[in-house]
Every structure is written in structure tokens, then in C-alpha cells.
Write a protein that binds this ligand. Sequence first.
Ligand SMILES: Nc1ncnc2c1ncn2[C@@H]1O[C@H](COP(=O)(O)OP(=O)(O)OP(=O)(O)O)[C@@H](O)[C@H]1O
Length: 257
Amino acid sequence: MDNLLEVKNLNKEYGRGTSKVKALQDISLTVPKGQFVSIMGPSGSGKTTFLQLVGGLDSPSSGEIIFNGVNLQYLNKEPEISVFRRKHIGFVFQFFNLIPSLTAQDNIALPLVIEGTSKTYINERVKFMLEIVGLKNQVLKYPHQMSGGQQQRVAIARALVRKPFILLADEPTGNLDTKTTLEIMELLKTTQKELEQTIILVTHNPIVSSYADRVIYFKDGRIIEDELLSNNKSKREISVEISEKLTDISGGTVYAN
Ligand SMILES: Nc1ncnc2c1ncn2[C@@H]1O[C@H](COP(=O)(O)OP(=O)(O)OP(=O)(O)O)[C@@H](O)[C@H]1O
């Protein structure tokens, strides 16, 4: 598989002098196209910072981020970086961030409408996305008329409607109950398989991580372990192993979310 993402010697510092925080220290990794990566680690270990840098929402103190050969460093000014981000990066967050005054289908269509895509293509693409996320019967509902799980499905469809290089998800199930969490993880797995979607997801939840192909553990801004998950074990077994590893890493504190 080709590398979709290459991160080289990434560092991020916040603040100055005595209040300086080294949020990321010398992070290097590659992600092949179509891989589903989960990032775990104690609170404050740099997971969200990493996602924000990879997503072009913030810039590194040093280091490089390269997508399909395009180095973000050379786009690191407006408006190029925003154009790149809108076109090639899909974001999903814990809170669904839908536009309350738009229906499910119009929320999903929005990135294409902003781009000025033709109406015929928008209709076709939104219909396809509604099918993928299982919301064919909810097209005209507004966010407040939908469950949390349904709203997150809309958010995922919206994030994927422009066929981004990568989907970045920061605690996408953090606001959902267990049953809905599993449904959303099944959906992300479906998008990985059917759309060959590359995904990087940040979570505190070992069950969520068990859906990934690979788990990268962060601590104090560094990668301390990077492992491929076995195909031969059940999700239950995998999540127990992940839980144990997290407990080791965080020195006995278990992070539930
Ligand atoms: N804007 C900021 N200004 C100053 N320090 C920051 C800022 N954002 C993050 N930090 C610090 O950088 C470090 C890494 O934070 P980050 O949010 O990336 O961790 P995290 O692993 O995502 O944590 P959590 O699991 O609690 O969300 C922390 O020490 C945090 O306090």
C-alpha cells in the first residue's frame, strides 16, 4: 500500500518561557492508504494536538506533514491551507456541529454547495452518502429531530461527501451511549471498507480502538507504542488487551470515556 500520510519529526510547543508546554515531541509515522488508525493515551498526551496539526487546523513548531506528496508546510498560509483542508480532510468531532437550520440532506450537501458543485452531482452524491450512513428515511429531518447517533451519521456523511484523503475523528463516540457507539464504529468500518477511507481516530475507549487496524499510544507528546491489531482475535479480547496497556502506560489510572 502507498503511504497516504507521512509525518516527519513533528514538534509542537505552546506558550513561552516558564509556561512553555511541549505538546508533541519528535513524532514520525506513516499511514498507508485505507488504514484505520486509533490514537490513545492519557489526558494531555498530545492526541488532539496531533489531529489538529495533521488536519491543518494549527501549524507545527517544526517538522513536516505530507499528504500524497503534498507538503502542508508549503501551503502554510491562507487561503491555500483552508482550500486544501476543505477539499482533502474530513473532520468528525464529539459534538456533531451540524447546522441546526438545515435538514440532514442539506447539512450533508453543504460542503458541495459551498464549492459550487452542479446540482445534479450534489443530488446524486448526497443520495449515495445517505445510503452509506443508513439515513435514507431521515433526509428531511432537522438535527433537533434526530438522535445523537443519527446526528453523528449526518456529520460523518458530511465529512466524507467530498471524498477526502483522510477522515480525522476526535472522540466521535464520546457523546454516545454504548449501543450507539458500536453502531457508529460499524459505520466507520463500512466507510473504510466500501470507500477505502483512511481514518485516524482519537479515543479513550478501548472498545472503539478495537475496530482499528492499528493503535498508536501517545504519552507526554511522544509515541511510546505503535501496534497492528490481530485479525484473529475478537473485539472483546482486543479491547481487554488495549485496556491493560493503557493502564500500564498511565501508571495505573484507567481513563474511561
Ligand atoms: N492552545 C493551547 N495552549 C496551551 N497549551 C495547550 C493548548 N492546547 C493544548 N495544550 C497543552 O498541550 C498538551 C497536549 O494537549 P492535547 O489536548 O493535545 O492532549 P490530549 O491527549 O488530546 O488530551 P485529552 O485526552 O485530555 O483530550 C497538554 O499539556 C495541553 O495542556
